[in-house]
Design a protein around this ligand. Structure first.
Ligand code: DON
Length: 570
């Protein structure tokens, strides 16, 4: 057993902590606890300029879907670690009449993908090929997703959703300290010429306050503005992308791009203490896991236990352990694998899982045929509510910070490394963290399993909150805790976002607690119960919105863990 307050944060927390060295950590507690109020619409994202772009679309008469699309394109310019057109993600929508839907624009495996594609010539698995370089790139989904969402549910002119981002890329914008430092670090470590060129001024690092222009990206966005998704998946952009794949030994072809399609799906839904929970179905594991954990936790008086008390953290960790074991066993792209969503999100299943929770003792996770691997904490989540009460929750990503690091030459955008979310290869599961279980192996056209959990809460038929976060597997647990903070602890949405969070993902069998999230005494008590505990780092960036039930005001809560986050009302 580790000593109390051992400095052994999970890899996810460790990498977030490393990222925090380039973007100064923001103290979680003692921040302003008042959300930003608006009587109209609201956008909360990880980068305030992008939030402003979305709010401007709302002000011009666009609805929440329009604003979400415009914010998403703007993040691709102003938040390059995760904002993207070369990655993918999910959008969950709740309409003012209470109906819901979801748009799945997760990347897909290229047609030439196969389960053994990351084995080298000697049959040995290569983590480098799996997570870095051209074989790690999935067929991007973001532009198709935004196009589909707009055709189905937008009402603004498409041009008006892309134009602000064309301008931001062409005319440039002023670099904050955090962003200048972040892109400087990326440019120093990246070996691709086009990437260095895009992220430096003729090889010289940008300084805070400099204007950063991205002319190639501006031209790609212009093609998207003029031809919608054809401006990305066909013609010049597709040709440039496929050419870079050929140059670097990747397998995405123009045919892969031509065949990519975003899908509309039915959200997964559950209930928690009278609230309706609406979240993302497979290929995300997030919605299923969150609903399963809420179902398990509903039987306990969490408020009486006290926020982040030993008893509370113990019960959370036990629920997390069980939901993540189910995730490893069952979750994958439901177009390719049989995923028992109904069963996993049922109250009966939760009751069965709960029966094995000992209120005093930690259970033990057994590394059987599944284990966990590193996932980077670079994704981004944003929330939008419009004046009519339409709500949109979006999480999208390049997977790692700056994705694969590959900027498409001449097209100016970064490609994802999302193929790393597929399992390593058949039968490769071992205790060091490789997973080789069948459902989530790479197959042509399959979408890799995700943890992204854009979610919406309603109560008595009325919108209550829009939540979500980046953070690899921690996404699921961060989103869970924002929900618990709102419902069980009556926190306002800013307090709910600010409050320190914990993480357990079954394997490795350890609780990670954010810096400042628990007292030494709490850690000691948890260890007495049999838990391994690490404290440190920050977890997530849960840019959320709630609705004040008394006044109907939109309450925006940017996450103080992200220095450039901002909420903008209109
Ligand atoms: O889809 C997923 O679950 C991961 N690729 C997300 C990666 C992530 O969240 C990184 N950062 N925040």
């Amino acid at each position: 057993m580790r000593s109390a307050r051992s400095r052994a944060p999970s890899l996810a927390l460790l990498f977030t902590a490393l990222a925090a060295l380039t973007a100064p950590a923001v103290p979680v507690l003692g921040q302003s606890v008042e959300p930003i109020r608006s009587t109209g619409g609201m956008v909360a994202s990880q980068q305030w300029i992008a939030s402003q772009v979305g709010a401007d679309v709302l002000a011009a008469g666009g609805n929440a879907v329009d604003a979400a699309i415009a914010t998403g394109f703007a993040l691709a310019v102003t938040h390059p670690t995760a904002g993207n057109i070369g990655g993918g993600g999910f959008m969950v929508i709740r309409f003012p009449n209470g109906q819901t839907t979801a748009i799945d624009f997760r990347e897909k495996a290229p047609l030439a993908a196969h389960p053994e594609m990351w084995l080298d010539e000697n049959g040995a698995y290569s983590a480098t090929m799996h997570h870095r370089g051209h074989l790690a790139v999935g067929v991007p989904g973001t532009v198709a997703g935004f196009d589909k969402a707009h055709r189905l549910y937008g009402r603004a002119d498409w041009n008006d959703l892309v134009d602000p981002s064309v301008d931001l890329a062409a005319d440039g914008f002023e670099l904050s300290e955090a962003l200048a430092r972040s892109i400087g670090g990326f440019a120093r470590r990246i070996e691709y010429e086009a990437s260095k060129a895009a992220f430096t001024r003729n090889g010289t690092a940008y300084e805070p306050g400099d204007t950063w222009k991205q002319p190639d990206l501006a031209r790609t966005l212009q093609r998207i503005r003029d031809a919608r998704s054809d401006g990305f998946y066909r013609g010049e952009t597709a040709r440039l992308l496929a050419q870079e794949m050929q140059r670097g030994g990747g397998i995405i072809t123009e045919e892969d791009l031509d065949r990519y399609e975003a899908r509309e799906r039915s959200p997964v839904t559950g209930t928690y203490r009278g609230y309706e929970v609406i979240s993302m179905p497979p290929p995300s594991s997030g919605g299923v896991a969150i609903i399963s954990m809420l179902n398990m936790l509903e039987a306990y008086d969490l408020r009486a236990m006290g926020h982040n008390s030993p008893e509370y953290i113990h019960h959370l960790a036990e629920a997390m352990r069980r939901a993540f074991r189910d995730r490893a066993a069952y979750l994958a792209d439901a177009d390719f694998a049989d995923v028992p969503v109904q069963k996993l999100t049922s109250k009966e299943h939760a009751e069965w899982l709960r029966r094995s929770i000992d209120p005093e003792r930690a259970s033990v996770s057994h590394p059987s045929d599944v284990d966990s691997g590193y996932e980077s904490p670079e994704t981004t989540h944003y929330s939008v509510v419009d004046a009519d009460g339409m709500a949109v929750s979006v999480t999208y990503t390049l997977e790692s910070g700056y994705g694969s690091g590959i900027v498409v030459p001449g097209a100016g955008f970064l490609l994802n490394n999302e193929m790393g979310d597929f399992n390593a290869g058949p039968g490769l599961t071992n205790a060091t963290g490789l997973i080789g279980t069948k459902p989530n192996l790479a197959r042509p056209g399959q979408r890799m399993l995700s943890s992204m959990s854009p979610s919406i809460l309603a109560r008595d038929g009325k919108l209550f909150a829009v939540v979500g976060t980046p953070g690899g597997r921690t996404i699921i647990n961060t989103t869970l805790q924002v929900i618990l903070n709102l419902i069980d602890f009556d926190m306002n949405v800013q307090e709910a976002v600010n409050a320190p969070r914990i993480h357990h993902q079954w394997l490795p069998d350890r609780i990670s607690i954010e810096e400042g999230g628990a007292t030494d005494e709490t850690v000691r008590r948890l260890e007495e119960m049999g838990h391994r505990v690490g404290v440190g780092g920050t977890q997530g960036s849960a840019n959320s919105i709630a609705v004040d039930p008394a006044t109907g005001e939109r309450l925006g809560a940017p996450d103080p863990r992200s220095p450039d986050a901002g909420a903008r009302g209109r």
